[in-house]
Ligand binder design. Structure first.
Ligand code: SF4
Length: 347
């Protein structure tokens, strides 16, 4: 066994956190946890994971659910395409693969939303197969351990690091090794202040020996997120609120939310809002601002409260919902912020 792997496995046995997805080797449960953990912190994921597995304990249960039910459970976790892909993957396995979770890397990678990392994680953790799972944590740990100073966003660097990980995977302990490496990155070899004094592989670490822990990994600076500005329209009619899934901005495609209008001069707001929604607004007034930060975009929304003059008709794709029904709908956090501002005017 590679000496680094040996140290890591020993350390993991004594130090691993007690997380709910570590109590199973069901590939479906591992897939759910890994997909939830993409872009989301462990502490946030724990409750969502437990609730999700309680509601959809099997692939078949998830495949039989409606997309709205799945999205509703995902509400607040963000990056909703993950939930849609998870649902599609459950469908695919249930209906195309006879309900048997695939155990070959090429087949797992064909599932919607599953890339190299997630496939490697599922196969190593659930089936103990010698597959590398290289995420941001692993890129950082391996760059430091081996003193790799090329940009980790480059595919060649990622390939190089993947090969290093593959060389270290111990036979029969692939799952624990994968989790140990991730765990080291999560709790010891952290981005800003690695706890080298507590690191089980300190003696092998080139970054530590050469005092490069603050320099490695090398990573190209992220582009600044683009700021998009809208009016968020809170149309009210007989205690109901106007919602839609139609939107030019594709980021939260198919999720329920209030209509978003491109900014314009105040005198044109009513006319443009009518053109967009088919609803005429009266006494339109600004009641607050909401901001939501996504990975590559920032939405800045000026919230407009509009009493609707209508007999209930709306343009295609726009619907009235009683305020109490909002809990049952998949409404992402960006829109929940707007609705919170409007709440005191609506009920
Ligand atoms: Fe990371 Fe420090 Fe351990 Fe090196 S010694 S792997 S930099 S925590």
């Amino acid at each position: 066994m590679h000496p680094i792997s040996e140290k890591l496995l020993q350390w993991y046995q004594q130090n691993c956190r007690d997380l709910p997805w570590r109590k199973t080797n069901d590939p479906y449960a591992i897939m759910v946890s890994e997909i939830m953990l993409q872009q989301t912190r462990v502490n946030t994921v724990i409750d969502y994971y437990e609730c999700f597995m309680k509601t959809f304990p099997t692939l078949q249960a998830l495949a039989n659910a409606s997309e709205d039910d799945v999205l509703n459970l995902w509400k607040g976790l963000g990056y909703y395409s993950r939930a849609r892909n998870l649902h599609k993957a459950a469908h695919f396995i249930t209906h195309q693969l006879g309900g048997i979770f695939p155990d070959k890397i090429d087949e797992v990678k064909k599932l919607p939303g599953i890339g190299d990392y997630t496939a490697g994680a599922i196969l190593s953790i659930a089936y103990n197969q010698p597959c590398a799972a290289v995420d941001g944590n692993v890129l950082r740990v391996i760059s430091r351990l081996f003193g790799i100073d090329t940009d980790i966003t480059l595919s060649q660097t990622k390939k190089n690091i993947t090969m290093k990980v593959e060389d270290m995977i111990p036979s029969h302990h692939a799952g624990n090794f994968t989790q140990a490496l991730m765990e080291l990155g999560a709790i010891v070899c952290t981005p800003d202040s690695p706890a080298c004094d507590h690191c089980p592989v300190l003696n092998f670490c080139i970054a530590f020996q050469k005092d490069l822990t603050s320099v490695l990994p090398v990573k190209k600076k992220k582009e600044k997120p683009k700021v998009l500005k809208f009016f968020a329209l809170l149309f009210i009619h007989e205690g109901k609120i106007l919602l839609t899934r139609e939107r030019k901005e594709t980021l939260l495609k198919d999720m329920w939310g209030v209509p978003l209008l491109d900014l314009c001069e105040e005198e044109y707001i009513a006319e443009r809002a009518h053109m967009l929604t088919g609803v005429t607004g009266e006494s339109i007034r600004k009641v607050g601002k909401a901001r939501h930060i996504f990975t590559h975009r920032i939405w800045e929304m000026e919230v407009l409260l509009c009493a609707a003059r209508t007999n209930g008709t709306t343009g295609p794709g726009y619907y009235w919902f009683p305020f109490e029904a909002l809990d049952e709908l998949p409404i992402p956090t960006a829109f929940m912020r707007v609705l919170k501002i409007g709440q005191k005017y609506i009920v």
